[in-house]
Design a protein around this ligand. Structure first.
Ligand code: PXP
Length: 247
């Protein structure tokens, strides 16, 4: 029996469309509930410091009616830590954040921020909030993650997704495969995400240690043409088939 693979749906870009006009629609909470009905195993919302897409009220409204689980993506700032402790999501995923970036551009440098992250993880662990650190596929970052007390990593798949040649993509895939095996050996739960689409997801879903994939942009783009439930079901089916074929 192969280990199941879970799909976390990131609904940030439903909010991006709403914020572009300052309208009341489309509602990312509506999208979250539709995604859950179509088989999403969790919902991610990234509340950015500049509130460019998800708003505080979106997080509050979804947390109040979640049928699966909220993965609250955030920078490790005092403001976000306080909001997460108030909201009490099942998971927080800590990411680096800069105002200038279009999207999260790289993994956290856990080695540089180890002391602060250790304090943050302790606070979340004491409140039964599971902490995931978003990192590049790098064993030194994995070792530092273990030292912080975080129990989950999310491996940044952006370099894999953006690779320009098949060779470069294969090289990135090997890095992710080996980091996933190393992290699982250290006792971490291994998630992955960023830049995944229905065309590139299979090889990542086939990595046996990966527990959950967090996918947003391509799913919301596919939803424009075929609706969110079909987009979610199709993505999950591709992931599950890849996992089954690999075992
Ligand atoms: N995981 C993390 C930590 C992210 O920052 C993002 C982007 O918000 C994703 C997953 C999803 O990436 P994408 O929108 O490219 O699917």
């Amino acid at each position: 029996m192969h280990k199941p693979i879970l799909l976390g749906v990131n609904v940030d870009h439903v909010a991006t469309i709403r914020q572009a006009r300052g309208s009341s629609y489309p509602d990312p909470v509506h999208a979250a509930l539709q995604a859950e009905l179509a088989g999403a195993d969790g919902i991610t919302m990234h509340l950015r410091e500049d509130r460019r897409h998800i708003q505080d009220s979106d997080v509050e409204r979804y947390a109040a009616c979640a049928q699966t689980k909220l993965n609250f993506e955030m920078a490790a700032t005092d403001e976000m830590i306080a909001l997460a402790l108030k909201t009490k999501p099942v998971d927080v995923c800590i990411v680096p954040e800069s105002r200038e970036e279009l999207t999260t551009e790289g993994g956290l440098n856990v080695i540089n921020a180890e002391n602060n992250l250790t304090i943050t993880c302790k606070e979340f662990n004491q409140n039964n909030i599971r902490v995931s650190l978003f990192i590049d596929p790098d064993n030194a970052q994995i070792d530092a993650t273990v030292r912080t007390g975080a129990t989950v990593i999310e491996i940044h798949t952006g370099s894999y997704a953006e690779a320009k040649t098949l060779e470069a993509q294969q090289h990135e895939l090997e890095k992710i495969t080996s980091a996933a095996a190393y992290a699982a050996k250290q006792g971490l739960i291994v998630n992955a995400g960023h830049g995944l689409t229905r065309h590139n997801v299979a090889a990542i879903a086939a990595i046996p240690q990966i527990h959950e994939l967090n996918i947003g942009h391509s799913l919301i783009a596919d939803a424009l043409f075929e609706g969110l439930p079909t987009a979610v079901r199709t993505m999950k089916a591709i992931m599950q088939q890849a996992r089954a074929a690999a075992s």
